[in-house]
Design a protein around this ligand. Structure first.
Ligand code: F3S
Length: 395
């Protein structure tokens, strides 16, 4: 066997640290052997995806309950969105059976010591690695953000391998944990002014569709906010499977730079918008917060909704992390949003909540949300700026 283990890792494999740790180490070692790793490395942070009961089902829940008998996480570990707001699910129309099962999933994670703030933006609420840190994250948009914007190092883990990394504090050293696999492979010059999270999501769509799992080097963007980068990450990961990118003068990683350059024009961005806009979408659902909204976005949305009312034929979800929602309550944003008739939904998102059949057409600022709305829920979609979404909601 090429993979060398430390004494402590061998003990975990032999079951001396408990049954769940042994199962977890079996999985990490298997992955290491498949990918030709020479050693395991300590990781300092984990983000687990696959939390919604809607996706896990009874088999997934049984696996978690079994691991929770004696499993305990060794590093900070947070969860991706669940299928509902864990406290206010009733008023969002989630049925009781689903809520009960979703709570059992979250309880199983809690027994293992996982922090049960269910969000795809863990970096906004305290699970924030630093540059050069090895981590094991599973949510594709967060993986892309961590690797590219923060400069941490992670592969795109699956739910079970992320949990295994949390229970052992280790991952196998292969893929994006190795510097030589993180160099740019294709260069783009963006010849268009980008103005919003919607624009950055559409850029992610264009580059993702062209890049397909390789590593882009992007020039021509003088400035990008955290919110715009999280939108880009979600989109480029969804449409191109991209886990690392480099953005000149914005992202911190060193890389070699490919010579040949492809141009992305305003026309390309507009064509992407057209591709995500369905005719006669019949918008009855508006969702902002994919990836989960920051407090800055919520403040702006509250300002836009002040004194307005959501139309009777529309439902509005602003999705975010629970600590961000708590902060929004303190700041008075929650009251403004809910008074308008919109919902500030934490712990969940429009892609993993059981929403199929409830709506016909989704308007959102997120290219990723369009992908799941169409693929999972059969909704028609329209992509617009946040301002346009709020105008539509209150018109
Ligand atoms: Fe997050 Fe759900 Fe979008 S997990 S990135 S809000 S699809």
């Amino acid at each position: 066997m090429k993979l060398r283990l430390t004494d402590e890792e061998k003990e975990m494999l032999e079951g001396k640290h408990g049954r769940a740790t042994k199962k977890a180490m079996d999985l990490i070692v298997n992955l290491g052997e498949i990918y030709g790793a020479e050693r395991l490395i300590p990781i300092s942070s984990v983000q687990i995806a696959g939390v919604s009961y809607h996706n896990l089902g009874e088999a997934g829940l049984e696996y978690l309950a079994d691991m929770a008998v004696d499993g305990k996480v060794r590093v900070i570990t947070t969860l991706n969105p669940a299928g509902m707001d864990l406290e206010e699910w009733k008023k969002h129309g989630i049925d009781e059976d689903f809520a009960e099962n979703q709570q059992r999933v979250v309880d199983a994670f809690a027994r293992m010591g996982v922090i049960t703030t269910c969000t795809c933006t863990p970096y906004l609420i305290g699970n924030l690695p630093h540059f050069g840190e090895h981590i094991a994250w599973a949510e594709s948009s967060a993986v892309c953000f961590a690797n590219s914007v923060i400069g941490a190092l992670t592969n795109r883990e699956g739910g079970p391998s992320a949990l295994a990394a949390a229970l052992t504090g280790r991952t196998a050293e292969y893929g994006f944990h190795l510097q030589e696999n993180r160099n740019a492979q294709i260069k783009y010059k963006v010849d268009a002014k980008l103005h919003s999270t919607e624009d950055f999501g559409l850029l992610g769509y264009v580059i993702g569709e062209r890049t397909r799992k390789s590593i882009p080097y992007i020039t021509g963007i003088p400035h990008a906010t955290t919110e715009e980068l999280k939108s880009f990450c979600a989109s480029v990961a969804t449409y191109g499977g991209v886990a690392v990118f480099h953005m000149e003068q914005i992202t911190p990683n060193r890389t070699t730079v490919p010579e040949e350059t492809e141009i992305v024009t305003r026309e390309d961005i507009d064509t992407a918008r057209e591709a995500l806009d369905d005719e006669n979408a019949g918008i009855d659902f508006i969702s902002i917060g994919c990836p989960h909204a920051s407090i800055n976005e919520i403040a702006k949305i509250a300002e836009m909704l002040e004194g307005k009312e959501i139309s009777a034929d529309k439902t509005v979800w602003i999705t975010t992390a629970r600590p961000t929602k708590d902060l929004a309550k303190k700041m008075g944003y929650y009251d403004v949003i809910e008074k308008s008739g919109a919902f500030l939904v934490s712990d969940a998102c429009c892609a993993v909540a059981p929403l199929k059949g409830r709506f016909k057409g989704l308007m959102t600022d997120s290219a990723k949300a369009c992908f799941y709305a169409r693929g999972k829920n059969n909704f028609k979609t329209e992509i617009r700026t946040i301002e346009e979404c709020i105008r539509e909601a209150t018109s």
